[in-house]
Each structure stands twice: as C-alpha cells, then as structure tokens.
Design a protein around this ligand. Structure first.
Ligand SMILES: *Cc1c(COP(=O)(O)O)cnc(C)c1O
Length: 508
C-alpha cells in the first residue's frame, strides 16, 4: 500500500477545533497548549470543542494503511499542526517498534473480533498512544517557543509507566518521572520499569495503590508553590496519563481501523453496526471508542468490562458513582482503579457540556466519596452496558478461549471476553463485536500459566513465560526476552506521602 500523506478526504469545512476544560466552558486552548499542559489550570480535563464527522462508508477510508488513517483522523483534531508535522509524528510513532505490520491487527474468534493492541514495545495498549505522545509534545513545545525542560509526571497501574518511559527515554528537553504501586504490579511489569535505560528516566515504587499514585500526581500538578519553585529552576510539568488529550486521540484510530478491517474482510457491510467491548480502568480507552462513535463509527453498544473493582459497572447500571467500597488487588492489575479520571470527560458530554455540573459532581466525589447523576444524564448512557468478572471467571475464560479457539489472551482481555459472552447470553444480541485486546498474555504469565493448568508454585514469572510459549507454540516477544537478566537501574521506593518531596529533590 502506498504510504503517502493522505489529504484527499474532506467533509465540508474543516472545523477549527479547540480544547476546553471540563471545569470551565469559556477560554479554549489550542491542541499544542493542551498537550503541553496535560491538565487544565483549573484542574479540569481538556476536551475537543467538537467531534469532526467521518463517513465510514467512504471507500477511500478502506484503502488507507494504519498510518494514513492515523494521519487523517489526527489532522481533523489537530488543526495547529501542519501536514508535514503530523506526517513526521505518525511516521516516528508507528514504525518497526511495532512487531506487526498492521500495527493493531484483528484476530477473529467467531463473532468476536479482537483488536490486538499489544504489538508495541511494552506489550500493552498504552504503546498505541505513548509512542506518539512524545512527538506531539516536542512538536507543540517548539511551536509555542517553550524553552523549559518538560517534566512528565506519571502514575501507573503497571502499563502506562513502562510505555511512557519507553516513549520518552532520551527525548531531548524532557525528564520523565514514574510512580507505581510497589506491590500492585506484575513481576514482568515491575522489571520492565526498573530496568529502564535513558539518562532522563526516573522510576519510584510507592507504598500504596494506583489511586494513591494518581492522587499524589494530581496534587503535585495542583501545587502552585511547587510549580513556581521548579519554574525558577527551568522546569514545567506535563502528564503522560490519559488525562492528557494527546493520549486519547490516537486511541480513536484503532476502533475505526478495526471497523474498516471488518469491511475489507467482508465481515460487515458499510454502515452495519458493531458492538465494542473494552476492559476498563481509567475509562480512557472506552472513551476513545465513544469519541469514534461521535465521529460516525456505527456502534450499537459500548460494553464496559471491569474486574472486582466494579465501580463503573454500578455507575452504568444505577447512575451512582460510589467510592465507598473496598479496593481489591486482582490478576488484572492495570484495571485495579476506583477513581476513573476520564469519566469526567464523559460527564461533561452527558451533561450537555455543562462545566458547572461537572464541578459540582467532582466536588461531591471529593467530599463525600460518591455522586449521582440526573435521570436525563443517565438516559444518555443507554447505549452503555457495564458488567464485571472476578479472578476465578477470568482464569476460566483464558482456559476456555484457548481450548475452543487455540487463542491465548491476557487477564485483562479475558475480563472483556467474559463480560461479552455473558452479555450475548443475556441479550441474544449477535452484532459483530470488536474487543480491545489490551495486553499480551506474556505480560501476565503467572495467571495465564495457572489458567492453562500449570503448576506455578516455586516458579518465577520469567520461567512461566517460557513455559507458556512452549504450550501455546508462540515465541516470547522480543522486548521481554531475557528481561530477568537485565540490570535493575531504579530500585528506589518511597512512602505515598513523600512523592512531592521526591520530585522536588529530583529537579535541582
Ligand atoms: C491501562 C489498561 C487498561 C485500562 O485502560 P483505561 O484506558 O485505563 O480504561 C486495561 N488493560 C490493560 C492491559 C491496561 O494496561
């Protein structure tokens, strides 16, 4: 396929899209400003002023490679980058770092079509956005004439951290700091982060869970004194978490590409509806699917799959978001989240873009630990379906999928498939379905080996990876081959309330 810049598909006037804060409907920013800041100064999240329409039935779209499609979709949302700049961003991001030419290939098991989002360097879907975010950021900083060193502060439940480290390692003008829950990530995830190379990389385990790490980072962002202090030293903060709008936009692309791929294979006719299943934590990936829907992807149901931390299941079912519950450490740790940041963007849309409503709901969440949305807002969510799977069901599902289709998935994807199967049983809805496959099974080797009936006691995660490869007849993906023998460069941990001090000390 020709890899030429794609500029031929225009649908009327291209809107000049700006970015609003969810907490203040007044002064919009350009994409460049929004991506450099990461989060709005008022604590809100940046959202696009509109969703540019695409015609999914247009045969031109079907002829595009992943990179061309990415360029096209991103150009609609990023009017302040030139065509050449966007071409360069996309080219640098989706190159041979991805082990599959299709970037996000589809694997079908009956009516379920898995979008494999784990062929990047860190074996999880975060690579899809974090391989292009550094390009966005450096391009935007140059455009805005920013001379300060940009400090990327990141909280991770395991996958964002490594993908961000990998994306930003040795990027000029950037320092990256990652906080992860010391006891809340898999052995492979931890080793991926602690062995990270690059002079500008900093990794710290914290005593606490992901919500603690995320809260700590948000507090640092909100600390004006600290901001001024480091500004005096030539630094400014930005974020690689999915609160950054630069994370969300690239995620829209693979849902549209997945649909186009089903058209190419004749699994769908142009305009046919699909369902979309997303194993969800921070609500970023499923929000990107919904954004694709707003642009014209014909999605019938958005199926939001959670693990035991099922705060979103309850929210979608009842309209009440309630944090007053126990946190569970599960075998799908990247979804062990109770405070789903990106839900704020969705609330903004559900409320008819009413920033006062958003501020009030966020205030209630902070003060009382819960909020309840109006009947009107809830009615707008009726194309969402939420359910969850516990650890036992997750393990069972990995075994079942491997037995029936010889297809091996990780624990997060298994949560998605389990919820999907249950949904089909209950509803009889056999609409073709795109399922976001968010990580490689090799990243969560212990649970996957257990699911396959192997003895895991006394074996390291690294041994289990080799075992799985043998059983499934697969090769251990190159990025984690020999990871057990790489030197640990970042052994440090800190108390969860010491995060601010760590950052201050680091930025001398
Ligand atoms: C981050 C992550 C998720 C959750 O995605 P959100 O955008 O936070 O909802 C699911 N699975 C894996 C493997 C992840 O790394």
């Amino acid at each position: 396929m020709l890899e030429q810049p794609c500029r031929f598909i225009y649908y009327g006037d291209m809107a000049d899209i700006k970015y609003y804060s969810t907490r203040d409907g007044k002064e919009p920013s350009s994409f460049s400003e929004a991506v450099v800041r990461g989060i709005a100064p008022d604590g809100g999240l940046y959202v696009p002023s509109e969703f540019p329409p695409i015609d999914i039935t247009d045969p031109h779209l079907r002829a595009l490679s992943y990179r061309q499609l990415a360029e096209h979709i991103l150009s609609l949302f990023i009017p302040d980058f030139t065509a050449e700049e966007l071409t360069a961003c996309v080219k640098a991001a989706y190159d041979d770092k991805f082990r599959d030419q299709g970037i996000a290939p589809i694997h079908s098991c009956g009516e379920a079509h898995f979008i494999e989002l784990h062929h990047g360097q860190t074996l999880a879907f975060k690579d899809m956005a974090l391989s292009i975010l550094p390009q966005f950021l450096t391009t935007a900083a140059k455009k805005l004439g920013i001379k300060d060193t940009i400090v990327i502060l990141t909280a991770t439940s395991g996958d964002t951290g490594k993908a961000a480290l990998d994306g930003f390692a040795d990027v000029e003008g950037v320092e990256i700091v990652v906080f992860y829950p010391t006891d809340g990530v898999s052995e492979v995830q931890k080793r991926q982060m602690t062995t990270q190379e690059g002079e500008n990389t900093h990794v710290m385990g914290i005593s606490g869970n992901f919500d603690d790490a995320q809260n700590g980072v948000k507090e640092i962002f909100g600390d004006e004194q600290l901001r001024e202090l480091i500004a005096g030293r030539g630094y400014r903060f930005s974020s690689a978490n999915s609160i950054n709008p630069g994370r969300l936009l690239p995620q829209i692309v693979y849902y549209i590409n997945g649909y186009l791929e089903l058209l190419r294979r004749g699994e769908l006719s142009p305009g046919d509806p699909v369902n979309v299943v997303v194993p969800t934590g921070n609500f970023g990936n499923i929000l990107a699917a919904w954004y694709a829907g707003q642009m014209g992807l014909p999605v019938k149901k958005f199926i939001c799959a959670s693990n035991r931390n099922n705060v979103l299941t309850d929210f979608i079912t009842t309209g009440r978001y309630d944090l007053n519950r126990d946190f569970s450490a599960t075998i799908s740790p990247s979804m062990d989240i109770l405070i789903s940041s990106n839900l704020e963007r969705f609330l903004y849309e559900l409320s008819g873009r009413n920033s006062q409503t958003v501020v009030a709901l966020m205030q209630q969440l902070k003060e009382r630990g819960f909020y309840e949305i109006s009947a009107d807002m809830k009615a707008k969510m009726n194309n969402f379906y939420g359910d969850y799977a516990d650890d036992a069901q997750t393990v069972e599902t990995i075994a079942e999928l491997f037995r029936e289709y010889g297809y091996l998935v990780d624990t997060h994807t298994a949560v998605g498939y389990r919820v999907y199967r249950h949904y089909v049983e209950k509803s009889g809805d056999h609409t073709p379905t795109l399922i976001a496959s968010t990580a490689s099974p090799f990243k969560f080797g212990r649970s996957v080996a257990e699911a396959l009936g192997e003895e895991t006691e006394g074996r390291s995660d690294f041994e289990l990876i080799d075992l799985i490869a043998q059983i499934a007849g697969l090769k251990v993906p190159e990025p984690i081959r020999g990871i057990a023998d790489r030197p640990v460069r970042h052994p440090d941990t800190c108390e969860k309330n010491a995060m601010k001090q760590v950052v201050e000390d680091l930025l001398q």
